[in-house]
Design a protein around this ligand. Structure first.
Ligand SMILES: Cc1cc2nc3c(=O)[nH]c(=O)nc-3n(C[C@H](O)[C@H](O)[C@H](O)COP(=O)(O)O)c2cc1C
Length: 192
């Protein structure tokens, strides 16, 4: 069975560096691993902010209604591999990404809902500030049980910078190869 790979782009900017990075990795995994791929662009969905109501702690699901949360989480629940790409905004993920992370708290009580999945993190910044950004994304994925198999830090500022920079693209290629290896391990487990 080909692996199902969902690439999340947490960038508010369509066709920017993060979109380019996530799409490149999805294309490579489809080509090299015959993976079925899907891009989840968080900015395209209607998502309310977490209200901090703590309703999920007793309801075991997010109690906010009237938005796209379930539609956004479903592809991740069905994925074998989750690639999260996000720009660095003030040393952390941007609001569109953070809102999604916060709302997935709806499954906090359920715990490791993404156990057995391989994950990868692509962070894009103009200069730096990667550490706290990666801590947040890594901690979030690991809380839900995903194994973070690879991470990469890419330097790019204006749209098109990443595509035009061979050194940064080499880092992206290496990340894609690491994820391809992780998919190889996944197939071995599911074929066993
Ligand atoms: C509000 C905002 C905050 C940013 N904060 C940082 C930062 O803390 N460190 C950094 O190196 N770049 C920062 N940047 C630059 C972006 O990370 C960079 O332009 C990145 O390429 C944007 O990704 P995109 O092309 O997917 O939109 C910031 C950009 C914006 C708009």
């Amino acid at each position: 069975m080909p692996a199902k790979v969902v690439g999340v782009t947490g960038s508010p900017r369509a066709s920017g560096n993060t979109d380019f990075a996530v799409n490149s990795v999805l294309e490579m995994l489809a080509r090299e691993r015959d993976a079925s791929t899907e891009l989840l662009a968080l900015r395209d969905y209607h998502l309310k902010h977490c209200a901090g109501c703590r309703g999920c702690m007793t309801a075991k699901r997010c109690v906010i209604e009237g938005d796209d949360l379930d539609r956004m989480v479903q592809p991740l629940n069905e994925a074998d591999v989750i690639i999260v790409g996000s720009p660095v905004y003030w040393n952390s993920p941007p609001g569109v990404m953070k809102d999604f992370m916060d709302r997935v708290h709806g499954w906090f009580v359920a715990g490791p809902i993404w156990e057995g999945k391989q994950a990868g993190i692509i962070s894009v910044a103009a200069d730096g500030g990667f550490e706290s950004h990666e801590d947040a994304l890594r901690g979030w994925l690991r809380y839900y049980g995903a194994n973070v198999a690879a991470e990469t830090r890419l330097l790019a500022r204006e749209a098109g910078d990443l595509e035009a920079n061979p050194r940064e693209r080499e880092k992206l290629d290496r990340f894609a190869r690491d994820m391809a290896d992780a998919i190889g391990q996944h197939s071995l487990i599911s074929d066993a």
